[in-house]
Design a binder for this molecule. Structure first.
Ligand code: NOJ
Length: 547
């Protein structure tokens, strides 16, 4: 174990792999574990410290694997447990740690427990593992309350009882194929302790905990209607009866103790969409989770004042509980930041952007802002998350034809919300060749835009000023200068700037419309875009020293 305060996860850059879209060794159009193993050297050369894998466990894939039917096995789409062990060992051999996704809020409806619950009677121990309730109305024909699913439609599904009569209802925050567990039930808690140990015994370095803010529901399940444009994963509002209940903390403390049984500083990172950073920081008190995603940072628009504020608040809030702040700009649930930061119309989280959306971004402005935003992010103290493909500057895929869409959001809203497919398109590895090198058959579960040849990894390797080479430079300088630890000192450069110092290193980003003169004594370490002279252009950031 490292000395308290110097654990690896405090400063790590963690690369999110979305397995179905990373690299496809089998050639079936869906990425897999052997594909990941084959690309570990590329990740090593990028300079990241750890990888987090979105779910690859047995699943009918109704929500791209976030609907788990067997928590202790690998879905054949992705390979086998033996493939997982090889991948883990090969990652460790390269000094890369591995975090896996844990999905404890809900299972798949194909999970053996849910199948048993359907066959059992109301009030039985089998039903008590999930949230079954009688309906309202004369014959129980109305759902138990008015909650609305994150993916659209109601949050309850009615079952047919074994005798063929219309029966009870079960709760599902997400798709109807994702029934919520009842976390007041000790049997559920014991099962998840055992699942944690299963993966810890195999050697994983930690878990990203899906929907960590949703596991406990307010007692009595009171009616609640969200405001119209609430962010879909939560976080927009205070006091939501299914988000951020205080009782979740007991579960995290319990898991913290399970991880402490193992050596090597294993880590829990919570996916918690919460209204304030102060509340988010409660998730990472010393005996709870180790990290939580900083979604307020991710949601911050391209505005200097707002960006300064969220950085300040993050460092204050997490610092107050002795936890590192984390930083994240993209993941598999949000519009890629090389597009999002230049949207010209509101696009609530989870709605996505597609052929008929308003406010599409200018691609060049989006890419510049994306690169500048990352240049700021990777200079900040704490741990940073990078989502596969952002190191290539990939934009959101905005023209996916309807017939290819797979996000349950698209189906549950009858196409009203595009959902998240646009950030999940398989990666381009080579400019030439089938599926841009994603595999050697050309199959791809979502179509790749033709212009992605320009973003292919092999092309970007050869271009000194590519986004890939920017990320490599940022990551190697970050490591050499130990920017993950320590504090920052704010500089007052311009209203439209975010400016601070990390020791001798100055960081300035220009979020305004006019160039910002930096002075003639600067020596640049990194420029987010190449420019000459000492005036920082709009939508650009730089690291430099003075004198
Ligand atoms: C959050 C995950 O990131 C998202 O992709 C998934 O749909 C929901 N949780 C449900 O598991």
């Amino acid at each position: 174990m490292a000395a308290p305060g110097s654990e690896w996860w405090r400063t790590a850059v963690i690369y999110q792999i979305y397995p179905r879209s990373f690299a496809d060794a089998s050639g079936d159009g869906i990425g897999d574990l052997p594909g990941i193993t084959s690309r570990l050297d590329d990740l090593k050369s990028l300079g990241i410290d750890a990888i987090w894998l979105s779910p690859f466990m047995t699943s009918p894939q109704k929500d791209a694997g976030y609907d788990v039917a067997d928590y202790r096995d690998v879905d054949p789409l992705f390979g086998t447990l033996a493939d997982f062990d090889v991948m883990l060992n090969e990652a460790h051999a390269r000094g890369i740690r591995v975090i896996v996704d844990l999905v404890p809020n809900h299972s798949s409806d194909q999970h053996v427990w849910f199948q048993e619950a359907l066959k059992a009677a109301p009030g039985s121990p089998e039903r008590a593992r999930y949230v079954f309730r009688d309906g309202r109305g004369e014959n129980g024909e109305l759902p138990p309350n008015n909650w609305e699913s994150v993916f659209g439609g109601g949050m309850w599904e009615r079952v047919t009882e074994p005798d063929g009569t219309p029966g009870q209802w079960y709760l599902h925050i997400f798709d109807a194929t994702q029934p919520d567990f009842d976390w007041t039930n000790e049997e559920v808690r014991e099962e998840f302790r055992s699942i944690l140990r299963f993966w810890l015994d195999r050697g994983v370095d930690g878990f990203r905990v899906d929907v960590a803010h949703g596991m406990m529901k307010e007692a009595g399940l009171p009616d609640y209607a969200p405001v119209a444009d609430a962010d879909s994963m939560g976080g927009g509002e205070e006091n939501v009866p299914y988000w951020g209940q205080d009782e979740v903390h007991d579960i995290y403390r319990d898991w913290n103790r399970v991880l402490a049984e193992y050596d090597g500083d294993r880590a829990l990172c919570g996916e918690a969409w919460l209204p304030t950073l102060k509340k988010t920081a409660l998730w990472v008190r010393p005996d709870e989770m180790h990290q939580t995603f900083n979604f307020p940072y991710l949601m911050t628009p391209w505005d200097a004042q707002e960006l300064r504020l969220v950085i300040r608040e993050s460092l204050d809030a997490f610092g107050a509980v002795g936890a590192p702040s984390t930083w994240v700009l993209s993941n598999h649930d949000v519009i890629r930041h090389a597009s999002r930061l230049a949207l010209t119309a509101d696009s609530p989280q989870g709605d996505g952007i597609g052929p008929n959306s308003q406010g599409k971004p200018d691609p060049a402005i989006g890419l510049s802002r994306g690169r500048a935003a990352t240049t700021v992010m990777l200079s900040l103290p704490g741990s940073a998350y990078v989502y596969q493909g952002e190191e290539l500057g990939l934009p959101e895929a905005m023209e996916i034809p309807d017939e290819f869409r797979q996000d349950p959001t698209w189906f549950r809203t009858n196409g009203e919300r595009y959902g998240r497919d646009g950030c999940r398109v398989p990666l381009p590895w080579t400019a030439e060749g089938p599926a841009f090198g994603f595999n050697d058959t050309g199959a791809s579960w979502l179509p790749q835009p033709a212009e992605w040849a320009h973003f292919a990894r092999d092309t970007e390797e050869r271009q000194p000023d590519s986004t890939l080479n920017l990320y490599k430079k940022l990551l190697s300088e970050r490591a050499a200068r130990r920017l993950g630890s320590g504090s920052l000192v704010w500089d007052d450069v311009a209203d439209s700037a975010v400016a601070f110092r990390r020791g001798e290193l100055h960081v300035v980003a220009n979020l305004g419309a006019e160039p910002i003169e930096l002075g003639d004594d600067v020596t640049f370490v990194v420029q987010s875009e190449p420019f000459t002279g000492t005036a920082l252009p709009p939508n650009t950031a730089a690291w430099f020293t003075r004198g």
